[in-house]
Design a protein around this ligand. Structure first.
Ligand code: RB5
Length: 179
């Protein structure tokens, strides 16, 4: 299938396209985060590890919000979030407008997350995904471009659809009420 050939391309680091990647996990994602971060370093990328730093129990939203905040501040080009399933991390990170956190399970979903969804955060599960697949997902996620075109319009609608909260306008309304 198509994604096998993409997955076997040289990692971006090997082609001089090194990226700064933010990593974070909870306790359930700690081991996999360490492995995938090491893989990223081996391929020449700069790794910023935002924790957690052990298998001691922590709350995944604390780490997802911190990574999202830093990504939006321009402290990294991509993010990787790992919890037990990747679900909680993706839910929390996607509360930040501008973050597109994709829960992926294989090279195909990681490739589509970039090409179709312009995802900037890769989420994975330490209890659902093995280290080999996780490393392959990262390689694909870093190498695949956003295809734009019709996908651009759809990605824009994620944050502008009817009923989607606009934090900017809520802030303005709050300011008006306080006057
Ligand atoms: C922790 O037990 C687990 O709930 C967490 O890692 C994650 O899977 C939540 O979505």
């Amino acid at each position: 299938m198509e994604y096998h050939s993409r997955a076997s391309r040289p990692a971006p680091g090997a082609r001089g396209q090194d990226l700064r990647i933010l990593f974070a996990s909870d306790h359930a994602g700690f081991d996999l985060k360490q492995l995938v971060a090491a893989h990223a370093r081996e391929n020449g990328h700069e790794v910023v590890d935002l924790g957690t730093a052990s298998r001691d129990s922590v709350d995944y939203p604390d780490f997802a919000h911190e990574l999202a905040r830093r990504l939006l501040a321009g402290e990294g080009e991509r993010g990787v979030l790992v919890c037990g399933t990747g679900i909680g991390m993706s839910l929390a990170a996607n509360r930040h407008p501008g973050v597109r956190a994709a829960l992926c399970h294989d090279a195909f979903t990681a490739d589509a997350a970039r090409r179709h969804n312009d995802a900037n955060v890769l989420c994975m599960g330490g209890r659902t995904t093995g280290p080999g697949v996780a490393a392959q997902m990262l390689d694909v996620f870093l190498a695949a471009p956003f295809e734009g075109g019709r996908h651009q319009r759809r990605v824009e609608k994620i944050e502008t659809g009817p009923g989607v909260r606009d934090p900017g306008s809520e802030e303005k309304q709050g300011q008006e009420k306080r006057r």
